[in-house]
Design a protein around this ligand. Sequence first.
Ligand code: FMN
Length: 398
Amino acid sequence: MSGVSRGMIRCMELTPELTEAVDHVLSTTRAVRRRIDLDRPVEDQLLYDCIDLAEQSPTGGNQSTRRWLVIRDPEQKKAVADLYREAGGEWIIASYEGVKDTGHHNEKVLASAAFLAENLERMPAIVIVSIWGEHDASGRPGLFDSVIQGAWSFCLALRARGLGSAWTTLHLSKADEFKELLGMPDGLTQIVLLPVGYTVGTDFKAAPRISAREITYVDRWGDTMADNADGPLSFAAGPGVTVEVETKAKPSAIWPYIADPDLLARWSDEFQGATWDGDPGEGQRFTGRNANDVFGEWETSSVCTHYDENRCFGWKVQRPDADQPGTQWRLEIIPLAGGSRLRFAMRFGPGDSGLTWNISENPDQETEIIRARQDEHRANMLRCAEGIIELAEATGGS
Ligand SMILES: Cc1cc2nc3c(=O)[nH]c(=O)nc-3n(C[C@H](O)[C@H](O)[C@H](O)COP(=O)(O)O)c2cc1C
């Protein structure tokens, strides 16, 4: 098979089939470790082809600074694998032993990472991607920002050919030892180590990830749009707000505070408290008491939409006489290596609320009204998230 050079790339029509194929590769290029076929060799030319394709990725200053090291020799692979284990692989193996058969949220990933640490030398090839230069925080182009996209393109090109890899950086804690072992010169930065091989089967799935609408902010940090409505910011776009705070507290220490709507009222200017109709849980209702200068006092009827212990508490709020939520809220705990990140997100609509009343009174001010209300919620939500974390940390949650 010949190399994939610039002159050899065919001009192709962008057909729906081509788009679908590219989308498939983009969404199913997983970290593959246990499903690497350890007995099937990888052709050298195929690796060169994938590197040629990877080199099509952007590079700062249009400089050619990426360098690729392919390790195929069994002895050299063994030396690399030993160092990988020393650099953190042993720790991964021990961590997996600690969570094995416990249902821990990281059990599967750790099992897979431990397998790689134990079997790195058996991978058909190991590719180390590096770049000329040392990061000096000067902002000059051509360093990390010029290599990661190339290395990921390489992974995508492998996937398109029935091969797999896993992005690993554990070894970087022993970058100097790797440099010595592999004879790398000074002035080169190692970025990633990629075990490479054909995969056993090619039926990989898209991973569960937070949806784009939840992590994409529009015009201002934290402002979201849940629905599709082009043009200036409008109520039809399902505007919302997200705030995030990080803590050393464990998810289980945060959960009691986020799952108690009555307690959440402590930090809100408007929300006074709530009473559950029955036992707390998904699908259950609670009645909220609210007050502000504009509307006086009012009650809301909420339905709990998420009650996933130690993970997520969500609810939607509507006026008792309405049949669609005026706002929807979610407090989510994302476990981190040394603690948690608490995400507090809300969206307006699709039903009526004070916001829609205000917009109907001042239709030419729709965008401004939404932004002002987003700011009010942002301040309340941040206060609430920080208050929860303070409580969780104070009760020995870290
Ligand atoms: C910056 C970074 C460093 C990583 N380091 C390692 C590593 O040292 N060892 C390893 O086995 N996997 C490593 N991974 C792979 C992740 O564990 C992997 O992406 C995760 O298991 C999710 O799997 P998925 O990519 O298939 O969704 C790393 C990934 C990234 C992005």
